[in-house]
Design a protein around this ligand. Structure first.
Ligand SMILES: [Zn+2]
Length: 165
């Protein structure tokens, strides 16, 4: 299934209640959720630890589609966790719950965490930009349905929102 909407998130930092309707663009990167999302947590220090990605909720919440942000090869899948975890502190999947990792082959790697247990891709599979890879879940250490979205460039964790600027 292709994501018909190319969306980008806010370019600024903000509070947990920050909301901005996505902007349609023909950028290189597809937004990983449906539109109508809310960014509930930014990359940065949180509770004394580095939060390595952005948390994206709304967008239809639990069970809504999650899309590959760009074409690449699936390098990791975990689908061993209940779609609804035990909440904060649930260590399933290293706290990430169900997860997909995609290597885009140009130095970029993206990670999608807390997914629903029904993951639509397998390791070694080639995916295209905007292809659905799974569903938003609440697995692992998660207190509500959301996507944890991480981006690495040449092995270093970067701000996911920077690829949409
Ligand atoms: Zn997160």
């Amino acid at each position: 299934m292709q994501n018909q909407i190319t969306t980008v998130g806010p370019n600024r930092g903000g509070s947990t209640s920050d909301y901005r309707d996505p902007v349609n663009l023909n950028g290189a990167w597809a937004w990983p959720t449906n539109r109508g999302y809310v960014i509930t947590s930014y990359r940065g220090w949180r509770w004394g630890r580095m939060h390595q990605g952005v948390d994206i909720s709304g967008a239809g919440n639990f069970g809504s589609a999650i899309y590959a942000s760009a074409g690449g090869t699936v390098t990791y899948v975990n689908n061993t966790c209940p779609s609804q975890g035990r909440g904060y502190g649930d260590s399933c999947g290293g706290a990430m719950g169900n997860e997909v990792v995609i290597n885009h082959g140009n130095g970029y790697v993206t990670r999608y965490g807390h997914l629903h247990q029904t993951v639509l891709v397998r390791v070694g599979q080639t995916v295209s930009r905007g292809e659905q890879i799974g569903y938003m879940g609440n697995s692992g250490s998660s207190t509500g349905a959301h996507l944890h979205f991480e981006v690495l460039y040449n092995g270093s964790n970067i701000n996911p929102l920077s690829i949409y600027q």
